[in-house]
Design a protein around this ligand. Structure first.
Ligand SMILES: [Zn+2]
Length: 341
């Protein structure tokens, strides 16, 4: 029986070395160590041995079982290591193959212009504020002196959320003037850029969503001269030193007096060309002295304080700046267009 055990051990270890993968290894395990395996079969014959032989053979059988189990573990590790090496060799990475290009984005042309505008105003001591896009009509109209019946409040112009026309998508950034005057200490110097919404059909110069930058100054002794001086400085920084501007009387409910500011056509120098529709001037923004009713509505003493405000469309400013002919290009996000800036 001892010889048989030795034989099983020798042939099992030889067969073990010959296994090539985990499946073969499992077959080997069943054959030699399984419940119906050769070793188990032999151990079942131990009952026929004498009392002296039985413990000796039992110990020997255990030694063989242990040797085979250890061999099995070692072989399993070896096979797994080989498989890993084979896979690594197969999946070798060729770092010399050119990679797929990674295209970096950049700022949208409109935000390039906005950043310039912010830089100019922040340099003059203004603060930049964000405001809510869902706004109360109280802030968008009432407190800006656009009373019930004002044409801009019409349902055909404004996106309301309720049937009472009290909650809306703001149609201008001006509500931030009221919010600033309500919450901040005087003097106030702020700009507030952001999205605004009006019921416009999309065409080359209109969109139901567009962007404005609003500005407000309230301090002692502020006059129209401050308004003109500040806005002229902004225009010269944006469009170059010596750029001519002109101020035309206009009407807005929340300013008195009100004006529109034109900038001399950069293309023809004021002679007239298609860019300026042969007028020599291009409209840039609306502005004016803050209406005393608006200031008083925010609890500001108009005997001591006065202010000016302006609002400009960002898309139009960017279009002028980069000579973009169609407003829709600004929103369509066509990469071929956007990468030109
Ligand atoms: Zn022109």
């Amino acid at each position: 029986m001892k010889e048989t055990l030795e034989q099983i051990k020798a042939s099992a270890l030889a067969a073990l070395d010959a296994t090539k993968d985990l499946a073969e290894l499992d077959t080997w395990r069943v054959k030699y160590l399984g419940k119906k395996g050769e070793l188990t079969a032999l151990l079942k014959q131990m009952g026929g041995l004498s009392a002296e032989e039985r413990p000796i053979m039992g110990q020997l059988a255990n030694e063989v079982r242990e040797a085979l189990t250890e061999g099995l573990e070692a072989r399993k590790e070896a096979i797994e290591a080989e498989a890993l090496n084979a896979r690594l060799a197969e999946e070798v990475l060729d770092v010399t193959i050119p990679g797929s290009p990674l295209t970096l984005g950049h700022q949208h042309p409109m935000y390039l212009v906005l950043d310039e505008i912010k830089d100019i105003f922040v340099g003059m001591g203004f603060e930049c504020l964000d405001g809510p896009e869902v706004e109360l009509a109280e802030y968008n109209f009432d407190r800006l002196n656009a009373e019930e019946g004002h044409p801009s409040r019409d349902w055909s112009d404004t996106f309301y959320f309720d049937t009472d026309s009290r909650v809306m998508l703001r149609s201008q950034t001006s509500p931030m003037q009221i919010r600033a005057m309500e919450t901040r200490q005087l003097p106030i110097r702020i700009i507030s850029p952001g999205r605004v919404y009006r019921k416009d059909e999309v065409d080359a110069t209109h969109s139901p969503m567009f962007h404005q930058v609003e500005g407000l100054v309230v301090d002692k002794g502020i006059t129209m001269a401050d308004l003109k001086g500040t806005l002229n400085t902004v225009v010269e920084t944006l469009y170059g030193k010596g750029t001519k501007t002109r101020f035309r009387p206009h009407h807005f409910p929340f300013t008195e007096p009100s004006c529109e500011m034109d900038v001399q056509c950069h293309k023809c120098g004021g002679v007239g060309c298609p860019t300026c529709k042969f007028e020599g001037w291009i409209e840039l923004l609306g502005a004016g002295m803050v209406h005393p009713k608006v200031l008083e509505g925010c609890g500001i003493d108009t005997e001591v304080y006065s202010g000016w405000a302006f609002g400009m469309g960002l898309e139009r400013t960017a279009m002028r700046r980069f000579k973009i002919a169609d407003l829709r290009l600004i929103f369509e996000n066509d990469v071929r267009f956007l990468t030109q800036f």
